[in-house]
Design a protein around this ligand. Structure first.
Ligand code: KG4
Ligand code: ZN
Length: 356
């Protein structure tokens, strides 16, 4: 099986070719960071136009780097949501056009399912990472804990009631004058800071359930900056705030994840894998904290390599392979879905399925 994957739901135009053995034959990601940087965040209309300008060349490059021909493909997968609708439309139409002209099966992939199944793509040979596993999905638009029971089968245990974790990182970065995207910049600065100098809240910590909240933490970052002597923010102060923020965020996530482990284990006593995925899973401090939580509860943490945690098309191609293998082919009339929660039964929350 050889599948071409296309990802255009946010600010990366990406295409990749992956085979059924989980080998990534090519993985091309064109970031639009520079186009959005002057605005301090993603501008949907700019994103959609940039996807349109570049998607054909990126697909051609992914095919060339993989050394495959159209005739070698067994399927085409494209992100069909959730995400910024203009971008999603560009990717899904490109995928459908290729599938139609080459007579190939088409998989309309939920971007979140791409993140959720990446750990099965990157698992080393001999470790097939069987279902079920517990998933912490932390990205710019999502912060969810899910029981992954199978392809297309998810049960949401918790989600954010306000900001996503990546969003909290990005907003903190903006307040610290670090530019966009903020997560990696906050992490770099935090490494030089003293996490104990400023106290930060741990929202929801100790509360029943597995939901998250980050708006109070964000407010505290703002108040801490405002309480400093006026004038340009000193690097020492910024580093200490970044460190305090990151530690508080990791602490909160660890607490919520511990609750989710208890809920998950009640249904799946023998399951022992916690997977972390999504852009914020690239954060080393968070990974270390989660690794401890997992081992404290007799579980192991599985985290894909950072480059496959942030948005890419290899995860979309792989989700396509998982779906097509099960005969889950989609029609060319499949409509793009700006909102598309993984667990349709879960109660609606502000950010559930908003973007990835
Ligand atoms: O999954 P993703 O690439 O894109 C979407 O959200 O669709 O996640 C991007 C998010 C951004 O908020 C970015 O700041 C955050 O992931 N991020 C990080 C790190 N790398 C990316 N946050 C904290 N530490 C990092 N090293
Ligand atoms: Zn994503």
């Amino acid at each position: 099986m050889i599948v071409l994957g296309i990802e255009t739901s946010c600010d990366e135009t990406a295409a990749a070719v992956v085979n059924g053995e989980g080998e990534i034959l090519s993985n091309v990601v064109l970031s639009q960071i520079e186009a959005h940087a002057p605005y301090g965040g993603i501008v949907p209309e700019i994103a959609a136009r940039a996807h349109l300008d570049h998607v054909d060349a990126i697909v051609a490059r992914a095919m060339a780097e993989a050394g495959v021909d159209w005739g070698d493909l067994t399927g085409v997968a494209a992100t069909a949501g959730p995400g910024l609708i203009g971008g999603v439309l560009v990717g899904i139409m490109t995928g459908k056009a290729i599938a139609f002209t080459r007579g190939l099966p088409f998989a309309a992939v939920n971007h979140l399912e791409g993140h959720a199944l990446t750990a099965r793509l990157t698992a080393p040979a001999g470790d097939d990472l069987a279902f079920p596993y517990l998933l912490l999905l932390v990205s710019g638009g999502h912060c969810q804990l899910l029981s992954v029971e199978g392809v297309g089968r998810y049960r949401r245990l918790g989600t954010t009631i306000d900001d996503a974790l990546g969003e909290a990182f990005d907003k903190t970065a903006k307040m610290l004058g670090l530019g966009y995207p903020g997560g990696p910049a906050v992490e770099r600065l935090a490494a030089m800071g003293d996490a104990d100098r400023f106290s930060m809240p741990r929202p929801m910590k100790g509360r029943p359930g597995c939901d998250f909240s980050f708006s109070g933490l964000k407010t505290k970052v703002r108040q801490t900056i405002e309480a400093l002597p006026h004038g340009p923010l000193q690097e020492r102060d910024a580093a200490d705030i970044a460190a305090a923020f990151q530690t508080a965020a990791a602490d909160t996530v660890a607490d919520r994840t511990a609750h989710a482990i208890a809920t998950f284990k009640a249904d799946h006593a023998d399951a022992d894998v916690l997977v972390v995925a999504g852009g914020v899973a690239a954060n080393t401090a968070l990974r270390e904290r989660l690794s401890r939580v997992a081992s404290d509860h007799g579980m192991r943490l599985v985290a894909p390599p950072p480059a496959l945690c942030t948005d890419n098309a290899a995860m979309i191609a792989w989700a396509g392979i998982e779906r097509l293998r099960l005969g889950l082919e989609d029609g060319l009339d499949f409509k793009a879905r700006p909102r598309w929660p993984l667990d349709p039964e879960a109660p609606k929350r502000a950010f559930a399925g908003a973007k990835a």
